[in-house]
Design a binder for this molecule. Structure first.
Ligand code: SF4
Length: 375
């Protein structure tokens, strides 16, 4: 197949069919960078409400760098994969310190910043600065594996190398790098979908795509079979003091790692042969060095993360001894339902807050009721 014809056909299709998204035709490298980070592992429809709001709050690299990380996490709350927000913030500080507040213009310099892997560096370098380098994410891997009927497993070195070589060559030969990078992404997002590629609507569907010609469109790319997703039971405490009104203890997760820097109702994973109340007492002792008595359940939340699922069992729990200490947590705070929204929480904990608000609406959120409460 003639790669030039293929490339020109896809670019023509892109010019005529691209979706009018808020970051299209953007020329500010900072705004392009934010859009690329938000779009990783996240659907366009989920990103839309966050993009403009985030940029209104942090309009420049300098504004982002000057903000506390808690504010950045709050602006990111609900978008998921919070390491992206923490890295965006770290990189903004690095750009201010080392590059006078302006994003460096080459892929190799971008790669020196926190959170910039090959994909983000390639995307920003090509879209913002026109450098002829590829940006290979899962979408682009899928599109290239189909266009060129690559039957190697794309998670192995031979598969990865073949795709990378084709992507690099095509980035070099593209007339306009920014347009080519976005055209490939758009084809993967809109037409060459993972489960059901829409070959009849595809600019390459009429003889240019090798997978389509060979009847392989739906069986590519080749990937190893998915492992079963593990499931864990997790206990969380809505901990209160008997001496005050409904004030609850929340804890901030350590800044590194999953959901790092977000706030939560403290608790943790149930060990084998442990009841949920015992699990909660152990976790609270280990993380905060306080003793609690576990009361009635608040709610049960099922939640799926990328590599595992949890059932989160939230209980009311009385503080019976000690003052919280930062042992396994970055911070802690006593909050009410009026003040809790100042803090950034993950989705599962937001459902616990919603359950507490339902109780408050029924007028049953009173300390004396917690031992018998069932939601
Ligand atoms: Fe994907 Fe089908 Fe287009 Fe090939 S023809 S690139 S498989 S949508």
């Amino acid at each position: 197949m003639d790669k030039t014809t293929l490339q020109q056909t896809i670019q023509r299709w892109y010019r005529a069919n691209r979706r009018p998204l808020p970051w299209r035709d953007e020329t500010d490298p900072y705004r392009i960078w934010v859009s690329e980070v938000m779009l990783q592992q996240t659907q366009v429809t989920a990103v839309m409400p966050y993009y403009q709001k985030f940029l209104a709050r942090f309009p420049t690299v300098a504004a982002l760098a000057a903000a506390p990380v808690d504010e950045v996490l709050k602006a990111w709350e609900g978008l998921g994969y919070y390491a992206r927000a923490r890295n965006l913030h770290r990189a903004a500080r690095d750009i201010v310190a080392r590059f006078d507040g302006r994003l460096p213009q080459t892929r190799s310099e971008l790669l020196t910043l926190p959170g910039f892997g090959a994909y983000t560096a390639g995307a920003v370098a090509s879209i913002a600065f026109g450098e002829p380098v590829p940006a290979v994410d899962g979408n682009v891997k899928r599109v290239i594996s189909r266009l060129f009927a690559i039957e190697d497993d794309i998670t192995t070195a031979p598969g990865r190398n073949r795709i990378q070589a084709i992507a690099t060559e095509m980035a070099r030969t593209a007339a306009v790098s920014a347009e080519w990078t976005q055209a490939l992404m758009e084809l993967g997002a809109v037409v060459c979908a993972p489960a059901r590629p829409r070959c009849l609507l595809c600019p390459a569907g009429n003889g240019l795509c090798r997978a389509r010609a060979a009847g392989l469109a739906e069986s590519l790319p080749v990937k190893p079979r998915k492992k079963p997703v593990p499931h864990y039971n997790v206990a969380a405490g809505v901990i209160y003091k008997t001496t005050t009104g409904p004030e609850f203890l929340i804890a901030q997760r350590p800044l590194e790692g999953m959901l790092g820097g977000l706030w939560e109702f403290p608790g943790g994973k149930q060990e084998p042969s442990e009841t949920l109340p015992h699990c909660l007492q152990r976790e609270i002792r280990e993380e905060l060095n306080i003793e609690i008595a576990v009361d009635g359940p608040v709610t049960v939340v099922n939640h799926a993360f990328t590599h595992f699922k949890i059932t989160l069992h939230a209980f009311f729990a009385r503080l019976i001894d000690g003052c919280p200490q930062k042992i396994g947590v970055a911070n802690w705070a006593w909050v009410t339902l009026e003040t809790i929204d100042r803090f950034a929480f993950g989705r599962a904990d937001r459902k616990i807050i919603a359950a507490l608000r339902r109780l408050a609406a029924e007028n049953t959120l009173q300390v004396g009721n917690f031992r018998d409460l069932k939601v």
